[in-house]
Design a protein around this ligand. Structure first.
Ligand code: HEC
Length: 129
């Protein structure tokens, strides 16, 4: 009896190994994705501190007029920056905080403020709905 040499093309084990490697790769990638997501949304102590505070709409309105109205309009109707009416309906609070502190979308600058001031500003943004 002669044995045929096996090549990887007709060896089912070789393609099994490839599939297994792809599954391991996909699993690793999704673990990193979940860790990244958790890190972004929960581990930020500034966001957590802000969320734990009660904001004052009135103080928030004054902060808005001083810092934001130049670009977003005195009534948030939009100017250089987009209108912010209903902005809290399509953004989570942590999205809004990131937008305000990150400076990732020039010309909007990055703002630094105490968590209490941020909570006040958020209360004002919520009142624009
Ligand atoms: C120098 C002008 C400028 C100032 C000052 C400014 N912004 Fe903006 N803002 C922008 C621009 C421009 C965008 C659009 C950025 C983009 O998406 O490319 C924006 C986007 C935003 C968004 C996202 C809107 C959306 O529909 O998702 C929010 C929220 C926001 N600004 C809030 C604020 C707040 C609150 C302040 C004050 C603390 C502020 N901005 C000050 C120019 C400004």
């Amino acid at each position: 009896m002669t044995l045929k040499p096996s090549t990887s093309a007709n060896n089912p084990l070789a393609s099994n190994g490839l599939i297994r490697a792809l599954i391991v790769l996909a699993a690793t990638a999704s673990i990193f994705l979940v860790l990244w997501f958790l890190g972004e949304s929960q581990a930020d102590p500034y966001i957590r501190a802000t969320m734990g505070l009660e904001g004052s709409e009135e103080t928030g309105k004054q902060l808005f007029r001083m810092n934001c109205a130049g670009c977003h309009g005195i009534d948030a109707q939009g100017l250089v920056g987009p209108a912010l009416q209903n902005v809290s309906l399509h953004n989570s609070d942590s999205d809004l905080i990131n937008q305000i502190v990150s400076g990732k979308t020039p010309p909007m600058p990055s703002f630094e403020m105490e968590p209490q001031a941020m909570a006040d500003l958020l209360a004002h943004l919520h009142s624009l709905n």
